[in-house]
Design a protein around this ligand. Structure first.
Ligand code: SAH
Ligand code: SF4
Length: 355
């Protein structure tokens, strides 16, 4: 019999299943805070309950297949799911731990973890390796949260250490909104991983009606839009989804999206040589974002085997950024963390399967 994945169950639901209800809190703490490996470590629970839990449930839906460490300290994980499918996640250390001369800790290390929401993806963007393989299936909420749990555990990251989540791995999160929204809530449980929704960024290729739905859920998550092009003709070529949801519909959905007054919507712009790296595009982008509290993140296209696009020159990317900055648009360039370990998601999986 297949065991039930306990990580799929929100604490409130678990409290209805396992009585007395405070057991749910204890179980959560053992799994997410004390990083237990088996039910039998949960010493404050009665033995017969542990036996029963062990028979029915698992809380390890993933196995680590491969880890690649990059020179800049980022680590890419390839995980196998119970059915043999694989997905990728990346641990990105944002700030290294620093101590003063007398050994006092000045600031703690911070981490961002990039996670997958589906095996494959239906959207099929021309530049993306994940999309090339087509879609296999949605990840469950527990398969999504487990990526973070496994990575925290594997790196001995203290349970209370600050972690940000970006749904920028494999898959289109808004095409799996039920499970992704469930994962957002499970992540934020104070007896669990305790990652507030305000530290979770959902990245989408721009499914406007789903952006609206997500907005109506009012979860408090941050939104990132993979824009990549400023006119519909080009965007349609790069991202077929633009036929169903054009740029205007995305901009309208973003304008209606509830965001924290101190935060901004992020627009990701994958820069490809001679495709979208010109100043004319930068100019259009400034116009498009007028009136939106936004920030732009420029990403260097990372070439992969068989890709028709090229990495842009540094000079063009910097000029693009400069234009945006000069015209009042906040703009950063994503440092290509992990470029040396085949950065963009889908690439580690691809290489592993070709072996
Ligand atoms: N499906 C969602 C979630 C993330 S997709 C979305 O499209 O927003 C993963 C991210 O990797 C996207 O921001 C995409 O632009 C980026 N990406 C895909 N292929 C890439 C490549 N070859 N080089 C650099 N970034 C890439
Ligand atoms: Fe899917 Fe995002 Fe890749 Fe496009 S970029 S194919 S939406 S994972």
């Amino acid at each position: 019999m297949n065991k039930i994945n306990l990580l799929d169950i929100p604490k409130e639901e678990l409290a209805h299943i396992i009585k007395p209800s405070f057991r749910a809190k204890q179980i959560y703490q053992w799994i997410y805070k004390k990083y237990a490996d088996s039910f039998f470590e949960m010493t404050n629970l009665p033995k017969n309950l542990l036996q029963e839990l062990d028979e029915k449930y698992t809380f390890k839906p993933l196995n680590i297949v491969k880890i690649e460490t990059s020179l800049d300290g980022s680590k890419k994980y390839l995980f196998a799911l119970q059915d043999g499918n694989t997905v990728e996640s990346v641990l990105l250390p944002m700030k290294q731990e620093e101590s003063s001369e007398d050994g006092k800790l000045i600031h703690q290390a911070r981490y961002t973890i990039c996670i997958s929401s589906q095996v494959g993806c239906k959207i099929g963007c021309a530049f993306c390796l994940t999309g090339k393989d087509g879609f296999r299936r949605n990840l469950s909420a527990g398969e999504i949260t487990s990526q973070v749990l496994m990575i925290k555990k594997d790196n001995n990251i203290a349970e209370n250490r600050r972690v940000n989540i970006v749904y920028m791995g494999m898959g289109e999160p808004l095409d799996n909104l039920d499970n992704v929204s469930k994962a957002v809530k499970i992540f934020s449980d104070e007896d669990g991983l305790c990652i507030s929704s305000r530290r979770q960024t959902i990245s989408t290729s721009g499914l406007s009606t789903q952006i609206q739905k997500l907005g109506e859920m009012d979860l408090g998550v941050l939104l990132a839009i993979s824009l990549h092009a400023v006119d519909d003709v080009l965007r349609q070529k790069l991202m077929p989804i633009n036929k169903a949801y054009n740029i205007e519909s995305i901009i309208n959905a973003v304008k209606a999206f509830p965001i924290d007054a101190r935060k901004r919507v992020m627009f990701e712009y994958l820069v490809m040589k001679d495709v979208n790296d010109d100043i004319k595009s930068a100019k259009k982008l400034v116009k498009l974002l007028h009136g939106i509290k936004s920030k732009v993140n420029l990403i260097y296209f990372n070439p992969h085997e068989g890709s028709e696009f090229l990495r842009p020159s540094e000079k063009d990317v910097i000029a693009f950024q400069q234009y945006l900055t000069d015209h009042g648009v906040l703009c950063t360039i994503r440092q290509s963390k992990g470029l040396d370990i085949s950065a963009a998601c889908g690439q580690l999986k691809d290489r592993e399967e070709k072996r």
